[in-house]
Design a protein around this ligand. Structure first.
Ligand SMILES: [Zn+2]
Length: 317
């Protein structure tokens, strides 16, 4: 009798464990499904699950540990530009395949697939808009498009945007994220570095403000050109910023590099970056910097001063 009861008790205990395991796995499955559906986001740094809506409200920054999740160009524009003021430029500029390049697959097919998947034509979006009522020309790179690589379209779109900004006397802000030049366009993508830099020099000659914002990751030809040419260079916390990759440098130098090598924090320490600004404060910081650097009216005070000097000298005569 006691034996029977014992075995029944054991069986129910085993059932309970089995059920628990089953419901546990269902919970896990549901959780995974919801993460896949985009309802929840798991922080890769601290592992905390956040409701995507809350995370978006906090500009995709983990409220637990401050980790900056990657943000696409749409979301960036929403975060920075005042509602209903965004006017995109050169939306239909389309990449071509002048070298008929192929690696594992032809470049032209890779382009078409990425364009269809993302609804983007290339790796940068440019436009004019307002940031807290101040006019601005903004370029936003999108890492999802072939690693934010800089090909002819990225170069041409940024150059045209900077030229528009020079004409209109607007400040330029570029949100950088890139794996570097687009190898599938060879030399043509390297040329873009010089082209954008020349346009920025003309913008600078007109005494206008340019602020690059370096986000994770900013590397290669982008770092070697417009990302480092700012009047004020801002980076996002913990962003990887560098030219060649860490592994390549380690192999070349045959030396172990420090943990924080190529981080925004290390670059700030060595003077390559002027400030590290958390994304939640980026719009306010950019607004403040742009407001402080508003271009002078065309009747510049020093001209007025010169006229006064001339007048006074005439009066003495
Ligand atoms: Zn976190």
């Amino acid at each position: 009798m006691a034996n029977n009861e014992e075995s029944r008790g054991l069986k129910s205990l085993l059932d309970w464990f089995a059920n628990r395991r089953k419901s546990g796995s269902t919970n896990l499955e549901r959780q995974e499904r919801e993460i896949a559906d985009g309802l929840w986001h798991k922080c890769p740094k601290c592992g905390v699950l956040s409701y995507t809506k809350d995370l978006k409200a906090n500009q995709m920054v983990c409220s637990e540990c401050g980790y900056h999740h990657r943000v696409d160009s749409d979301e960036r524009i929403r975060q920075l530009i005042d509602v209903n003021t965004w006017k995109p430029l050169d939306e239909n500029l389309c990449p071509t395949d002048p070298l008929q390049f192929r690696d594992r697959k032809p470049y032209i097919d890779r382009l078409k697939e990425t364009q269809e998947k993302l609804g983007l034509i290339d790796a940068v979006r440019t436009g004019l808009g307002q940031i807290n009522n101040l006019p601005i020309a903004l370029g936003v790179m999108d890492f999802r498009f072939m690693g934010g690589s800089m090909g002819s379209v990225v170069g041409e779109k940024l150059t045209r945007m900077i030229e528009q900004a020079t004409q209109r006397r607007y400040p330029v802000v570029i949100i950088c994220t890139s794996g570097g030049a687009r190898m599938q366009e060879g030399m043509l993508s390297l040329m873009q570095m010089a082209k954008i830099s020349a346009a920025l020099q003309r913008h600078r000659d007109s005494k206008l403000l340019y602020i690059p914002v370096l986000t994770n990751p900013t590397t290669g030809g982008v770092t070697a050109s417009f990302a480092m040419l700012g009047d004020i260079i801002i980076a996002e916390p913990k962003a990887t910023i560098g030219f060649a990759g860490r592994r390549v440098i380690e192999q070349t130098l045959r030396e172990k590099l420090p943990e924080d090598f190529q981080t925004a924090e290390d670059l700030l320490k060595h003077g390559f970056v002027d400030d590290i600004v958390p994304r939640t404060q980026l719009k306010a910081t950019l607004t403040q910097l742009i407001a402080l650097h508003q271009p002078l009216p065309t009747t510049a005070p020093n001209m007025v001063l010169w006229e006064t000097v001339k007048l006074s000298s005439t009066a003495v005569d």
